[in-house]
Design a protein around this ligand. Structure first.
Ligand code: ZN
Length: 450
């Protein structure tokens, strides 16, 4: 016989998005997990009951491309400010990137970083590591909890020589053996450096010169190079922020051939073109850059045909001073995205450019599958109660001066959006309510590879 127990929380009068279908029901939460989704009358008694007033509940977003900074880069962002921004934006789990100070590239640096995150994070945090110097350490990094590795083909970050195919292949085989994916920033270093030298020699130092120094060919060629290593190693490669039609086409060929690859696009590459530089200057500078309208169309077309696996913010905060420089070669590339991603995408849902089911698939279900965040990303019994309540009708204007992130700038400043995260629950706890952070620090968990 089932006993009628009292649970911690019941959320009722809600429309719940479960694997693409919306049902009118409530959610019972106990000890951080979803214990029941049912009509309100069938839910157990609860210590706290919250009326969601008919709003839609989505799985909290899993943003698999976030630079949390902190440690020696705490002046740009910390786990506290970054995860506050995430919670404000309806994101309940982030995957942190390794290009930190110190670089995350071994079990020691990873563990140190986890300790900092554990004290402060309001959302769940998982970690990608760069490859360590010694191959034997790859397994140790995974055992310490990294959910994946990140390779930068455009810079030298981490312990292995990314220009050396044999070294990369050996590292990929180790990752494959441990069952973790490799996320790749695919831009060919030699092409970029050569183009940049040409531009600098010609005295060109504006955003157009930066775009010219990061041509789509650089993206395409390095994707093709990595695909050869995928074939040989069998590792799952996740291509970060694919930005161009050429790059995308290379990924699609691999997908059609059945290779274990996935790809990601950013809201900025989906919604802005390089024309934005004339309005936002270096505040719109990202790596890879904003591209042509034709590239934007290609990304949308692929998204609509189901070829884009993930939408991730590539939240890459910098200071205003690092952006307010005269030469693009002195400017830092990267924009904050945690607080704009969901509203920008809900706006696209309201315009019928994207379905809510597709939004959830690309921002929660797929990232949880690719990086094995097994008990998250879907609203169902037994999973963690990571969820966001959204008001589809609420309109507002993006204003970066109100961001909780330390990076108070955005190329989306002044843009009108429709659709807003109202409440964010992380592990069953209400962390954000109407834009305000209301929980104590460390409501988030460190999510480890298991
Ligand atoms: Zn990035």
């Amino acid at each position: 016989m089932v006993r009628c127990l009292q649970v911690d929380t019941v959320l009722h009068n809600a429309k719940i998005c479960i694997r693409g279908t919306i049902i009118e029901a409530g959610i019972a939460i106990d000890e951080g997990k979803i214990v029941k989704i049912a009509k309100t009358t069938n839910l157990p008694a609860a210590s706290t009951k919250t009326d969601l007033k008919g709003h839609i509940v989505l799985p909290g977003l899993i943003d698999c491309h976030v630079h949390m900074r902190d440690q020696q880069l705490a002046y740009k962002e910390t786990f506290l400010t970054g995860t506050s921004a995430a919670a404000a934006g309806g994101i309940t789990s982030v995957i942190d990137m390794p290009n930190n100070k110190p670089v995350t590239m071994g079990s020691f640096s990873l563990t140190e970083r986890m300790k900092v995150a554990e004290k402060h994070a309001l959302t769940n945090v998982a970690f990608n590591s760069a490859f360590p110097k010694r191959l034997e350490e790859v397994a140790e990094v995974v055992n310490a909890g990294a959910v994946g590795f990140k390779v930068y083909l455009s810079n030298r970050i981490g312990g292995i020589d990314v220009d050396d195919d044999e070294a990369l292949l050996a590292a990929f085989r180790e990752a494959a053996a441990k069952g973790v994916p490799v996320a790749v920033h695919a831009e060919d270093r030699e092409i970029i450096e050569e183009r940049r030298r040409e531009m600098e020699t010609a005295g060109q130092n504006d955003a157009d010169a930066y775009v010219a120094a990061h041509p789509p060919e650089a993206e395409m060629q390095s994707i093709q190079r990595i695909l050869q290593l995928v074939k040989k190693s069998g590792v799952h490669v996740h291509f970060c922020h694919v930005s161009s039609k050429l790059g995308l086409d290379a990924v699609l060929v691999a997908k059609k051939a059945g290779l274990p690859v996935s790809c990601e696009v950013t809201p900025h590459n989906l919604l802005l073109s390089s024309e934005q530089y004339s309005r936002s200057g270096f505040f719109a500078l990202t790596d890879p850059p904003l591209r042509t309208q034709e590239d934007v169309y290609a990304l949308w077309s692929a998204l609509k045909r189901g070829f884009i696996d993930v939408i991730a913010s590539d939240h890459a905060p910098h200071t205003i001073e690092e952006k307010n420089v005269n030469s693009v070669w002195d400017a830092k590339a990267g924009i904050p995205g945690l607080e704009t991603t969901l509203s920008l995408l809900l706006t696209q849902v309201n315009k019928a450019h994207l379905s809510l089911a597709e939004l959830v698939r690309r921002t929660a279900e797929e990232p949880s599958k690719i990086f094995h965040l097994n008990k998250r990303g879907v609203l169902e019994e037994g999973r963690w109660a990571d969820l966001v309540v959204v008001d589809m009708k609420r309109e507002y204007t993006i204003d970066s001066s109100r961001f909780l992130s330390k990076a108070k700038y955005s190329p989306f400043d002044g843009m009108r959006v429709k659709g807003k995260p109202l409440k964010t629950f992380v592990n069953g706890k209400l962390v954000m309510d109407e834009g305000e952070i209301i929980s104590e620090q460390n409501t988030g968990n460190i999510v480890r590879h298991i």
